[in-house]
Design a protein around this ligand. Structure first.
Ligand code: C2E
Ligand code: CA
Ligand code: CA
Length: 744
């Protein structure tokens, strides 16, 4: 086979990737050998073939740089090999090496694509030089092709990177006109590229940022190495364009100058400014996120007012300023009175709405230089940094009180809120933000505890009463944990039947240091701290437990009255909790009398009404305590399922031998009759009061005249006595005037 004739001059050619390959095609072995000896060298691989077909075979499978081709071959002619090469677009250079001296052979060969014609044997001496020339040119060509391919590829890559970049990439000419801009401009700003090319970059820059942008570009021009990084706002083509939501893009602009240096000129000054290329990155999302985060960190999410942290920052600043410039600062602590009631009655959503409205009204009272902040819950603070005199704060306080004079609308109802305001003054009342806030808070508590709805400046004396309150708070928590309470019972007498018909359970706190405390000194605070449920549950449990014992002793008709705080009726489970206690002790429902105060009924709240109804439906009795003191409209008596009204002791107190029964007592007794309600007079202290009330037709009474509230074991003695003998003689025995008068 022809290919077998091919021998390899260098067995390691396979590793010589970059070596140039020469194929000698000649039927004379001697000729091949001498040519090989002539041409062999480093970086060259020499192959041989004795036939034309053998050569084609090699050309098909290997890349050959140079072919030394004899025309006369045993099989096909060298010219046919050349035709084959041309026909198959084989890239190789051909030197015809022929003994044929005719010029037309040379011409034919050249026409067929040969690059050179060497006659053998005479011209063989110059073949080395020719081969070297050809191979050199080929390697240059090869390198050029490679470079071009690489360049093309790199350009494709860059174009791809530029076009698919999320950033805006552009080139400006020396005057600042767009020469190039990538397609990102379309999705980012709504311009087509053609609209921008040739236009000045300033068309896309926000007016307010123009100066900055121009500065950035000129600054960079003065030094070609400088990259300007600026944050500027870019304008969308159409600000009302839906996609952009009428917003600006904040771009981080990086720009670099393009300079052209004249040939052979090393002088930078002499280089010519050609323009700018740069990148603009859309950082609007990041900006927005940053703004939101910093706003959220410094503001209250509900009212959008500054929060506690921002308030303190501003207070710190104001203090530093005041120390330099003089003057005083006012710090106000504002707490809404009765907010909890609104929140509990109408729900949190309505409570939130109320807080927003309050914030709005408070804003009306302050100037731009003041700071109104929400501390949390229903607490607000105001920083008055520019007071001339401390007393100037009174003006603001009064303004606030005026704002609260108009009721708020909560869930369609009018809601009267008021505010307790405490004021501390810098530098008089403290030298730190914390201390000033604390003192304003103390002053606010002072207002709260003395009737609410007002304002007060902090004084040193307030501090100690505040401390007392704080320790009371702690002690109360502990009292609830340790159940430091006990129940006292006050008898309720039916005058006509001469019998004890009921007992009112009244809670007492057995304070570890101060002894037995009456509820007036702690119930309000318990309610404020949201702890009332624990007390109610304990009282119900204890009262029921006692009643079971007394019923077992034969006192089957005895009722027990328990005071239930209005706050309890905001709890969804209040009915279940009351009923479950009765069930637990297997007590019939009608033994329990729930005492509520009038103000619970004031708001006509459907939730409260339904809870009272549910209690009534089960047979539990409901009494209105302190009747006549709170609420003038009697309409509710028609609608509420009430059994009894208890005439408040303040009306009974006024009854003495110098004074006749007041019209109010007459009225209340009339109402009870009119509505078919039970009547009970409380606070009966004298036989005179008892007699008048009896004459007016009030049958049931309660008061010191009969018995003070007593601990269980003492009231038990009283009950046992009453069992043994009629109550009349019982009271006679105890030397009480009640007996004497009745028998007269
Ligand atoms: P209240 O329900 O009006 O209870 C009657 C108060 O009048 C009791 O005061 C009682 O000792 C007092 N009192 C009774 N008879 C006379 C009298 O003849 N003259 C005078 N001047 N006072 C008399 P107390 O026990 O200090 O209770 C005060 C208030 O504390 C109660 O007023 C009630 O509103 C509340 N309270 C008592 N126990 C509880 C309880 O368990 N839960 C709740 N939520 N409140 C309670
Ligand atoms: Ca009561
Ligand atoms: Ca009462």
């Amino acid at each position: 086979m022809a290919t077998l004739a091919a021998t390899y001059s260098n067995p390691s050619y396979e590793w010589q990737e970059n070596a140039q390959r020469i194929l000698i095609v000649d039927d004379e072995e001697l000729m091949r050998t001498s040519l090989r000896l002539l041409l062999e060298g480093e970086d060259r691989v020499v192959l041989e073939s004795a036939t034309g077909l053998g050569a084609i075979d090699i050309l098909t499978t290997q890349k050959i740089d140079l072919l030394l081709l004899d025309i006369h071959l045993p099989d096909i002619s060298g010219l046919e090999v050349m035709e084959w090469i041309a026909g198959n677009h084989i890239s190789t250079s051909v030197i015809i090496v022929s003994a044929d001296a005719h010029i037309d052979s040379a011409i034919r060969a050249t026409r067929s694509g040969a690059v050179n014609f060497v006659r053998k044997p005479h011209e063989l001496d110059k073949i080395g030089h020719t081969v070297a020339n050809i191979l050199h040119r080929r390697s240059l060509d090869r390198r050029h092709v490679l470079m071009t391919a690489r360049l093309e590829q790199s350009e494709r890559l860059h174009r791809f990177l530029v076009e698919s970049s999320p950033d805006l990439i552009y080139t400006l000419d020396h005057e600042g006109r767009f020469i190039f801009v990538n397609s990102r401009v379309e999705s980012l700003l709504g311009y087509s590229r053609d609209e921008l090319i040739g236009n000045f970059y300033t068309v896309i820059v926000h007016e307010e940022d123009l100066e900055q942008a121009i500065y950035a570009f000129t600054e960079r021009r003065s030094d070609d190495r400088a990259i300007s990084n600026r944050e500027i706002r870019l304008k969308c083509k159409d600000n009302h364009y839906r996609q952009f939501e009428n917003r600006y893009i904040v771009a981080m602009l990086s720009a670099m100058g393009i300079y052209e240096s004249p040939d052979n000129c090393q002088d930078e000054q002499a280089s010519r400014f050609m323009g700018t290329y740069g990148v603009a990155r859309d950082v609007s999302e990041r900006k927005r996120a940053e703004e939101t985060i910093s706003f959220q960190a410094m503001h209250d999410h509900l009212t959008h007012l500054p929060n506690r942290r921002l308030f303190k920052d501003r207070l710190d600043l104001a203090m530093a300023h005041t120390l330099r410039k003089g003057g005083v600062i006012g710090v106000m602590f504002i707490d809404l009175d009765r907010f909890k009631l609104a929140n509990d009655t109408y729900g949190h959503a309505e409570g939130d709405e109320l807080l927003k409205n309050v914030a709005q009204r408070l804003l009306h009272c302050v100037r731009v230089s003041d700071t109104l902040a929400r501390q949390g819950g229903d607490e607000f603070t105001i920083l008055l940094p520019n007071l001339v005199l401390a007393e100037d704060a009174t003006l603001i306080a009064k303004k606030i009180m005026e704002q609260f004079a108009t009721p708020f609308i909560v869930a369609g109802h009018e809601f009267r809120a008021s505010a307790s305001i405490g004021i501390a003054i810098f530098p008089r009342d403290g030298d730190s933000a914390d201390l000033l806030l604390k003192h304003a808070d103390i002053a606010m508590y002072k207002v709260k505890s003395s009737g609410k709805n007002g304002y007060a400046f902090f004084t040193r004396e307030m501090s100690s009463s505040y401390q007392k309150r704080i320790s009371l708070e702690n002690e109360l928590h502990q009292a609830i944990r340790n159940k430091e309470f006990e129940l006292h019972y006050q008898t309720q007498i039916n005058i006509t039947c001469n019998r004890i018909v009921g007992l009112e359970a009244l809670v007492r706190w057995q304070h570890p240091l101060h002894g037995l405390l009456n509820p007036d000194s702690f119930i309000d605070l318990v309610e404020e701290l949201g702890l009332i449920s624990s007390i109610t549950d304990w009282v119900l449990d204890e009262a029921c437990r006692q009643l079971v014992r007394w019923r077992a002793m034969g006192m089957n008709d005895l009722r027990i009255a328990v005071n239930v705080s209005p706050q309890e009726f905001n709890n969804d489970d209040v009915v279940e909790r009351i009923v479950s206690q009765l069930n637990r002790y297997h007590l019939p429902e009608e033994v329990l009398d729930i005492e509520i105060t009038e103000n619970l009924l004031m708001h006509d709240d459907p939730h409260v009404i339904s809870k009272l109804r549910r209690l009534r439906e089960r047979g539990i009795r409901i009494s209105i305590d302190d009747f006549g003191t709170r609420y003038s409209s009697l309409n509710y008596l028609r609608r509420f399922p009430v059994n009894t009204i208890k005439i408040d002791k303040s009306f009974i107190r006024d009854l003495d031998d110098q004074h006749d029964a007041t019209p109010i007592i007459h009225a209340i007794i009339g109402i009870a009759r009119g509505f078919g309600l039970h009547l009970l007079a409380e606070g009966v202290e004298t036989s005179y009061q008892m007699r008048i009330l009896r004459e007016l037709g009030c049958e049931e009474m309660q008061g010191f005249f009969f018995s003070k509230p007593l601990p269980a074991e003492k009231v038990e003695l009283l009950l046992l006595e009453a069992l043994k003998q009629p109550i009349i003689s019982n009271y006679k025995q105890q030397n009480l005037c009640y007996f004497g008068e009745v028998t007269e």
